[in-house]
Design a protein. Structure first.
Length: 256
């Protein structure tokens, strides 16, 4: 068996560990049931958020575009291709007034590169920042050099940017994530299950956001939506998803 958790809204909320999740993970460890995380975060921000509960098996990061061992070494990655990077360049140029920033993590997963249309209005805590630029072309050139797998864009009004493109995925607040077509958390769960020799029908996925939908499409043992922090308009009937709050998740894990 394997349990795969999203992080934001499921394991942590507002930067703090959700108290019931400590009990959930402790019980999984007691039962020797492996768990891991499937997140839109990079390795640095994943480690920062989960701390000493980091699993010992590989992590699914950047919405499936990187699969890393728990020590940060690369297991699998899916870099953005030339056409996608040119598409991103056009997207950033044409929507600069509606973008707060765009970013990606370096190939070694130790630093971030940021594009900001206006540095004067950029007030985010840029921890781990390596490069900060107002130039789209320099930002994309750095993405090429770092074999970038995902670029995340923080928008002001996401609905004004979203286009019908399979490479774009949205998540909480106003974020857009751009990866190669077909790269998502669901695909990465399939890759990981094969790597670990754990069949999909023994996998449980737990999420709450739009970027978890591809996990919910899988033919896995159970699909659980955490309702406490769930985004609207996820079709629970279509994907045969169970609705749990965190207390119900605790009870579910005790009964495994």
């Amino acid at each position: 068996m394997l349990v795969v958790f999203d992080i934001d809204g499921v394991v942590v909320c507002n930067g703090k560990m959700i108290s019931q999740m400590q009990e959930v993970l402790k019980e999984l460890n007691r039962k020797k049931i492996p768990y891991t995380f499937a997140t839109g975060r990079s390795y640095l921000r994943c480690v920062e958020s989960v701390g000493d509960i980091l699993p010992t098996i590989p992590l699914i990061l950047e919405n499936g575009s990187k699969i890393l061992q728990a020590d940060g070494s690369m297991l699998k990655n899916f870099p953005l291709e030339y056409n996608s990077l040119e598409y991103i360049k056009t997207l950033l140029h044409s929507n600069c007034e509606n973008i707060d920033y765009a970013c990606f993590s370096s190939y070694d997963n130790l630093k971030y590169f940021f594009y900001v249309p206006s540095i004067t209005r950029f007030n985010m805590n840029i921890k781990f920042c390596l490069t900060l630029t107002k130039c789209v072309d320099k930002f994309v050139d750095a993405a090429v050099a770092n074999k970038c797998t995902q670029i995340t864009i923080c928008t002001k009004k996401r609905e004004e940017i979203i286009v019908d493109d399979d490479r774009i995925e949205k998540s909480e607040n106003n974020f857009l994530h751009i990866k190669e077509k077909g790269i998502n958390k669901g695909m990465a769960v399939e890759v990981l299950s094969k790597y670990l020799s754990i069949p999909l029908n023994s996998v449980i996925v737990v999420g709450n956001d739009y970027n978890d939908i591809e996990m919910f499409r899988l033919n896995v043992r159970e699909k659980i939506l955490i309702v406490n922090n769930a985004v609207p308009n996820i079709d629970l009937i279509k994907y045969n998803v169970m609705k749990f709050n965190h207390n119900e998740l605790v009870s579910y894990v005790y009964d495994l």
